[in-house]
Design a protein around this ligand. Structure first.
Ligand code: GLN
Length: 552
């Protein structure tokens, strides 16, 4: 299906940049373009470039930058990588992500190794060349017909200029194989009442100033662009009218590929890049989207966390994969999820408030770090256990489940995690031995237990039944874990460790048997990273099923 050139495959590259403002959906655009090209029989891969000095996303506070998405190989990346994997069904690795920090670091390391043969190593061309060689390497590794590259940030920022320079250089080198799409925003100010294209015109001019002309303009707006606006954008931005693709606000991100096809985006790309694609066919995806749309019966899920507040605004991006995984499992059960974000700190200020959880069909506590809001989360877990409300704990949410159980069922007073109270008499959650050394050396970056590990399931447990398997592989991101010295006491006290590392030392899932509680389960790993619309995660399915039962 690929374009062939004398039998040799010719790789094509699509760059996606953002104009006017951030948050216009570049990540979903990349994911949707990929999905569409796959549906035309093309092999795709995707990369994200983040313009930060941070070498990876692992050291960034989630309220600064949203979720840290962990790849199977353990690389800590941007949440967009999660969208790519979910939409395109890809399994990406560290070669698919880079930051300014990483690029500079590798150029500097190579300079120290005398790999530039005495040259004066310069920002241009050496930095963009490093970027280009990484893009090409990822493309080659995936044997991709089309490689889609998202440049983080917005054009006009100082930070991403070198990445735009990489586009310019690649375009000179391979004029027929490189396409640039700008995702821009077209506002309709309420007092003006008319859709305004000027910000987009400015964004494209700014992009032109870097030597890059967009081939396609994806116009995000609260409504579809009318013909007049499309013509205006085309005239002032040097493209044809059919190169302006409308991307109106819609209820679900999963409808974006379908919407793009209304403006024939995949045909447009295929033609511009001289690709040979199969006839359009995204029926499977359309079926999933219809199933999601038809889900009407509500299931009410509370997510109790802490990384929500940014000034006066609530950020749910921090838990984006969790949110999507809840949606996937709900849709598959024919349910419409109503997700409410609750700040755990409020249960510390006002303990009686925890009874509000009664209203929900299920409660989920996602991953986290540090001590803020922790006692509130523990109270929430206790309430769920005692009131038989389905509870699902992810990573920290599992560790806190164990702490709650140790304190309130085994009566181990002051039981805690070494992360919060290293002097506790009962460190039921302790630092992993190899992690101790890392913290001593202040080796914080990319040093947790990260990425995919296999675990063995114990038969006849909720987990084993949900997975229908004996062995699983899931993604991790933690430094602490259930203290093996307490495992047998917890077991004797009724807690079931239904998954452990193959050597039996690390507890990967804790649960209560069905006879005691409809669903009280926590995972040391992050199941949310491996859920998609087409293949919802088995544990999320089981959790939502239990919640649906309570709803009845
Ligand atoms: N803070 C805990 C740990 O490091 C949990 C991490 C998480 O929830 N991702 O083990």
């Amino acid at each position: 299906m690929a374009t062939r050139n004398g039998g040799k495959k010719r790789s094509k590259f699509i760059f996606v940049v953002g104009g006017v403002m951030s948050g216009v959906g570049k990540g979903i655009t990349v994911s949707s373009i990929g999905k569409l090209l796959q549906s035309r029989g093309l092999r795709v891969t995707a990369l994200k470039i983040d313009p930060y000095i941070n070498v990876d996303a692992g050291t960034m506070n989630p309220t600064e930058h949203g979720e840290v998405f962990v790849l199977a190989d353990g690389y800590e990346t941007d949440q967009d990588m999660g969208n790519y994997e979910r939409f395109m069904g890809l399994r990406l690795d560290r070669g698919n992500y880079m930051t300014t920090g990483l690029v500079y670091k590798s150029v500097i390391d190579r300079e120290r190794n005398l790999e530039y043969g005495g040259q004066c190593v310069q920002v241009v061309p050496h930095i963009p060349r490093e970027v280009i060689s990484r893009i090409k390497a990822a493309s080659k590794k995936a044997d991709a017909d089309v490689t889609i590259v998202e440049i983080g940030g917005t054009v006009g920022e100082y930070e991403n200029i070198l990445f735009l320079e990489a586009i310019r250089m690649m375009k000179i080198e391979h004029p027929e194989d490189v396409l640039t799409a700008i995702v821009s925003y077209v506002p309709t100010p309420s007092k003006v009442g008319e859709m305004k294209t000027k910000p987009t015109q400015h964004a494209v001019r700014t992009l032109n100033g870097t030597g890059v002309q967009p081939d396609i303009i994806i116009a995000r707006a609260d409504r579809p662009l009318d013909e007049k606006r499309k013509e205006k954008v085309a005239t002032f931005c040097n493209v044809r009218r059919e190169d302006v693709v409308s991307a109106p606000d819609i209820d679900s991100i999963y409808e974006v590929p379908i919407n793009f096809e209304m403006d024939k985006l995949s045909d447009l790309i295929i033609k511009k890049l001289g690709l040979r694609g199969k006839a359009r066919k995204i029926t499977d995806w359309e079926k999933l989207v219809t199933r999601a749309k038809n889900a009407k019966k509500p299931v009410r899920i509370a997510v109790v966390g802490k990384y929500f507040n940014s000034g006066d605004f609530v950020l749910s991006d921090v838990y984006i994969s969790v949110l999507e995984a809840i949606k996937h499992a709900s849709y598959a059960n024919g349910l419409k999820p109503e997700i409410v974000w609750l700040d755990s700190e409020q249960y510390e200020k006002n303990p009686a408030k925890v009874s509000e959880l009664e209203k929900f069909d299920g409660v989920l506590i996602p991953g986290g770090f540090g001590s803020r809001g922790i006692e509130g989360k523990i109270s929430a877990i206790r309430f769920c256990r005692e009131s038989r409300i389905p509870y699902f704990g992810l990573c920290y949410g599992m560790q806190l489940l164990v702490i709650e159980y140790a304190r309130n069922v085994l009566d181990l007073r002051g039981a805690n995690t070494a992360e919060i109270d290293p002097k506790s008499d009962h460190l039921v959650i302790d630092i992993m031995p190899e992690q101790k050394e890392k913290l001593r050396k202040k080796d914080y970056g990319g040093s947790m237990r990260l990425g995919s590990y296999v675990a063995d399931l114990m038969p006849k447990t909720i987990a084993a039944e949900a997975y229908g398997a004996k062995e699983i592989s899931e993604r991790h991101r933690h430094r602490y874990e259930v203290n093996p010295e307490y495992a047998s006491r917890l077991r004797e006290g009724g807690l079931v460790f239904s998954a452990t590392s193959p050597d039996g030392i690390l507890m990967e899932i804790a649960e209560l048997p069905k006879s005691k509680h409809p669903f009280f389960l926590g995972t040391q790993f992050h199941p949310e990273f491996q859920s998609s619309l087409g293949v919802p995660h088995p544990l999320f399915l089981a959790f939502i099923k239990a919640a649906a039962k309570r709803a009845e």
